[in-house]
Design a protein. Structure first.
Length: 135
């Protein structure tokens, strides 16, 4: 990642959070990782953060405020809408994909089964964002 600004991970599954943290360490992605367990908590993190995240990794199926509800809020805000959001979920549902792309996500990725495949996904994501310009 070409910035010191954090990545915000929005995911209620503790194992998935640990997997992302482990993958980032293994790939030497040395940016801070902020974690929120649902959309409401993520909005509070965004509201209180001086430096807005360079990227949001978003799960869809969460309690309190799910990923699509969170996306609607973020994309309706003039400042937050510029933060790229990549959905990282187990949902293969066409309606979920359609809803997310209608809300201008930067990508939609299915969480792979097995750590080696997850590392491949995180490596590709890291390479892509290393080449991307951020605001």
């Amino acid at each position: 990642m070409p910035t010191d600004r954090p990545i915000l991970l929005v995911d209620d599954d503790a194992v998935d959070v640990m997997t992302v943290e482990r993958a980032m360490r293994q790939l030497r992605v040395e940016v801070p990782l902020l974690v929120a367990q649902n959309g409401e908590e993520a909005l509070r993190v965004l509201d209180s953060s001086r430096d807005k995240p360079t990227l949001i990794l978003l799960d869809l199926n969460m309690p309190v405020m799910n990923g699509v509800e969170f996306l609607r809020k973020v994309k309706s805000d003039a400042v937050l809408r510029r933060i790229p959001v990549v959905v990282l979920t187990t949902s293969c549902e066409v309606d979920d994909k359609r809803n997310c792309f209608d809300l201008s996500v930067a990508g939609y990725m299915i969480k792979p089964v097995g750590y080696p495949k997850f590392i491949e996904l995180m490596h590709a994501l890291d390479k892509y964002w290393a080449l991307s310009e951020v605001i």
